[in-house]
Design a protein around this ligand. Sequence first.
Ligand code: PAF
Length: 282
Amino acid sequence: MLTVNSIAGVRQQIQSWRQQGRSIAFVPTMGYLHAGHLSLVEQAKLQADKVVVSIFVNPMQFGPNEDFDRYPRTLNEDSAKLQGVDADLLFAPPVEEVYPLGHSAATRVEVPGVSEGLCAEKRPGHFTGVATVVAKLFNIVQPDMALFGEKDYQQLQVIRRMVADLCFAIEIIGVPIVREFDGLAMSSRNSYLNDAERNIAPQLYQVLKQTADTLAKGARDYIRLEQAGLADLKTAGFEPEYFAIRQAELLTAPHEDAAKLVILAAAKLGQTRLIDNLELSL
Ligand code: PAF
């Protein structure tokens, strides 16, 4: 696996692969890789000749009181894991390479609609940071396709919208959530949980599943189900941010006869913020 830190270096390698007629899949990450990330790379390997992975902890998507400074940076371990799944190129730029004038001064990409509400309520500006860095990375790598985990469901819809609106010729592939043995969605932030919090954490998925079961049995009182979900999370020991039933993909309030829904939740355990979701067809 090649490791490249500069934009010029990535462009050179991509150009050489393009001249050989190779297709390219791209997996953007912030590092501290777990099995969920590796499943993105494995999927990418099945879809394209060459797989590029980026590791970049993007300052623009973190709020002032968030975990940018303490977000784990484990480049050597990540690099070994990527070699283990046969990634072809690791792009790990320093912040100055991506934001030479600082991220506050940089041009931004705003995606209205899907980036509003849900996670954006407590993380204003987060999806602008995500859309901006993903647009920059897409322009650098120019892949045929890019793969994102479905755990960050709202993020995935923001990126799909941006790609459609800005006419990027890139196929966006969502990859199912990888879960721990007890149902907890894999996330780099799970490592922040202490033992007591880790024991509570799987109940986030349990509450999503209970709600999905109730919907599958015909319940359509979405507001009451959301309130019940919030109450169940509180009882379990979470400090919930939201528990929402939405139209899948569009993230709008669902009609009573909606055929495809998504239940999304964000909740804190101590200082750690967890998110999860469950899509269901009725
Ligand atoms: O999901 C992530 O890890 C990040 O939000 C992403 C897409 C790599 C952009 O920084």
